[in-house]
Write a protein that binds this ligand. Sequence first.
Ligand code: GDP
Ligand code: MN
Length: 384
Amino acid sequence: MKIHEYQAKDIFEKYGIPVNPGRVASTPEEAAAYASEVGKTVVVKAQVHVGGRGKAGGVKLAHNSDQAYQVAKEILGMDIKGCTVKKVLVADGVDIDREIYAGVTLDLSCKKIVFLVSAAGGVDIEEVAATMPEKIKKIYIDPLLGMRDFQARQLAFELFSDPEQNKAARDLFKKLYKAFIETDCSLAEINPLVVTKQGKLLAIDAKINFDDNALDKHPELMALNDPEEEELDEIDAKNNGLSFIKLDGEIGCVVNGAGLAMATMDIVKLFGGEPANFLDVGGSSNPQKIVKAFQLLLKNKKIKAVFINIFGGITRCDDIANGLISASQQMDIHLPVVIRLAGTNEEKARQILSENKFTAYSKMEDAVREVVALAKGEQNVNNR
Ligand code: GDP
Ligand code: MN
C-alpha cells in the first residue's frame, strides 16, 4: 500500500526524523491561507502515489500567498503519470545546500534488507542508479541484529565530513530503519534528505510503501489508504475474485491460475510482445468473472490485443467461452481477441465459440504468435 508524502512525513516525524512542516490543502484558498500564516516562501506539492512529481511540474515554490493560490490552482487537477491531483501539501520552503538520497527497502535478489544512500540525491536518482551505480552506497542489514552503529557510521561517513552533520545523519539513519521495521514497510525513502543553508539535515520529501501482507497488524496505517484510480481497479478486481496487476505493455492477458498467468506473461515477452497486465481469473471461474476481466481490460487504452489463455482443470473451458460471449454482448470489444484453451470441456467451449465467430487455439505457441502479431498491427501470421 502506498501513502502520500504528507502521511509519510507524519510517520517520520513520530520517529524523530526532522521534516519541514506543512499542511494539506484541497483548494487554492486553503493553500493561500497556510502561506499567509507562515508568511514566507512555501513549496506546493502534488500529493499522488507516483514519483517524479518535480519533473512533471507538480512541485513549485511560492513566495507569497497570492503565488501559493496561483500555483495550487495549477497543480490541483493536474494529471501526473495517470494520477489526478486532488490534494497538495503546502510546506515551509527550504534553502537547500545539498540533496542526499537515503532509503531502506528489500533487495529481493538476495532476500535482505538494504539501506541505500547517495550524495547524488534529488530528482535524478533513477538516472544515477542506472548510469553511475557506484555513487550509491549499499549496506545489508540483518533483521535479527537490526541496524548496528558501525553500519550507520559507514553510511554517514560516505556523505558527511562535518562532525555535527555526520552525527545527525547516523541518528537519522537509525530512526529511518526503525520506522521501516516497525511499520512493516517495503520501502521507506527520503529523497532528497537536504542539508539546509543553515547546515541542518531535513527530510523535504518522504515516501513509504507498506507491505500489504502485514497491514492486518496495523489498522491505524490501513486508515491512511487513499487509492489512486489504477489502484482502485486492482481493489475492484480483488472484490470480484480476480487478481489483477496493471503493467505497461499492449497485450491484455486473461488467464486462469497464477502460475499460468506468470507463464503467459513470460511467453508473451519471449515472442516479442509486452503484457499489459497480470490477470488471474481464479480456479473455478464463473462466466461473470470473464465479463469483469474485460471491463477492466477495456479501460486500458494502451491494449491492442487480448490473449485468453486457459488450461481447464477445475476451470471449465465452456464457462470461459460463455463468459466471453456475455462480455461481447454486454460491451463493445473492439480489440482482436486470441484464445487458447485446453482441458476440461474443451470441445463444448470450441462449439460455443465457433457459433459466435470466435476460434481457439490449443497450442500456446500458435496463439501467442498471433496475438503478438496482432498487437503490432500485423495479420494472419498462422494463415487462418
Ligand atoms: P519528487 O520529484 O516527486 O521526488 O518531489 P520532491 O519533493 O523530491 O521535490 C523535487 C525537487 O524539488 C527536490 O529535489 C528539490 O530540488 C525541489 N524542492 C522541493 N522542496 C523544495 C523547497 O522547499 N525549496 C527548494 N528550493 N526546492 C525544493
Ligand atoms: Mn523526491
